[in-house]
Design a protein around this ligand. Structure first.
Ligand code: ADP
Ligand code: 5GP
Length: 210
C-alpha cells in the first residue's frame, strides 16, 4: 500500500448532515484527519475558533489568499471559506486520509488541482427532509434557510460531477458506507503502483532463480 493518505472531499447541501457525519466518522475510526477551514462567517453558538473553523476578518482572509496559503477558496452566501494548505499536506504525507468538508466550487477546484481526490456528495433522502433538518437545527433565520435552499437547488446540478453520492438517512449506516468507500479507494490500482512494481520485480526474481 502507498504511504500517502487519500484526499477526500465531502460536499452536500447545507443541512444534509455533513458536520454530524464527520463527527461520527472521526469518533468511530482513527485514520482520518479533518481539515479545519478558514471563514469570514461569524461563529454560531457553541462554535470555537480553531475547532469548527478559523474565524477571520475579510482582510485576514484576503491576506491568506495573497500568501497562497489556501488550497482553494470560494464565496458561499456572502462569506469566504477556504482550506489552509499546510495542515492538509502534512497529514497526507503522514499517511492520514484527509477530509475536506467544502462546497461544490471548492470541490471542483481541488479535483482539477489533484485528480486523485475522491469527491463524495452527501444528501438527505428527500428535499422535504432537508428543509426539516435546516429548520430543526435552529441555527439560521428563515431568510438564511431560504437562501441555503436556493443554493441547494443550484448545487444539485453539480451532483453528477462527484465520484459518489451518499444518502444520509440512518446516520450509523451512512458512517459505515463512507468508511467503506474510502477503504475501497485504497485498493484502486492507480494508488498501488509501488506495490505493483514490487511484486512484478519479485516475480522476475523468482523466474530467474528457477
Ligand atoms: P450540515 O453540516 O450538512 O449543514 P448538520 O450536520 O448541521 O448539517 O445537520 C443538520 C441537522 O440535521 C442537524 O440538526 C442534525 O442533528 C440533523 N441530522 C444530521 N444527520 C441526520 C440524520 N441522519 N437523520 C436525522 N437528522 C440528522
Ligand atoms: P457553514 O456556514 O454551514 O458552516 O458552511 C457553509 C458551506 O461552506 C458548506 O457547504 C461547507 O461545506 C462549505 N465550506 C466550509 N469550509 C469550506 C472551505 O474551506 N472551502 C469551501 N470551498 N467551502 C467550505
Amino acid at each position: 500500500m502507498e504511504h500517502q493518505g487519500i484526499l477526500v472531499v465531502v460536499s452536500g447541501f447545507s443541512g444534509a448532515g455533513k458536520g454530524t457525519l464527520m463527527k461520527a466518522l472521526l469518533k468511530k475510526y482513527d485514520n482520518y484527519a479533518l481539515s479545519i477551514s478558514a471563514t469570514t462567517r461569524k461563529p454560531r453558538d457553541g462554535e470555537m475558533d480553531g475547532r469548527e473553523y478559523f474565524f477571520k476578518t475579510v482582510e485576514e482572509f484576503e491576506k491568506l489568499i495573497d500568501d497562497d496559503a489556501l488550497i482553494e477558496y470560494a464565496k458561499y452566501v456572502d462569506n469566504y471559506y477556504g482550506t489552509p494548505k499546510e495542515y492538509v499536506e502534512n497529514q497526507l504525507a503522514a499517511g492520514k486520509d484527509v477530509i475536506l468538508e467544502i462546497e461544490i466550487q471548492g470541490a471542483l477546484k481541488v479535483k482539477a488541482k489533484r485528480p486523485d481526490t475522491v469527491l463524495i456528495f452527501v444528501t438527505p433522502p428527500s428535499a422535504e427532509e432537508l428543509k426539516k433538518r435546516l429548520i430543526g437545527r435552529g441555527t439560521e433565520t428563515m431568510d438564511v434557510i431560504k437562501s441555503r435552499l436556493r443554493r441547494a437547488n443550484e448545487e444539485a446540478k453539480g451532483m453528477n460531477g462527484y465520484d459518489y453520492v451518499l444518502i444520509n438517512d440512518d446516520l450509523d449506516k451512512c458512517v459505515d458506507e463512507l468508511h467503506s468507500i474510502i477503504l475501497g479507494e485504497h485498493s484502486a490500482a492507480v494508488r498501488n503502483e509501488t506495490f505493483i512494481r514490487k511484486i512484478t520485480s519479485e516475480l522476475k526474481g523468482i523466474m530467474k532463480g528457477e
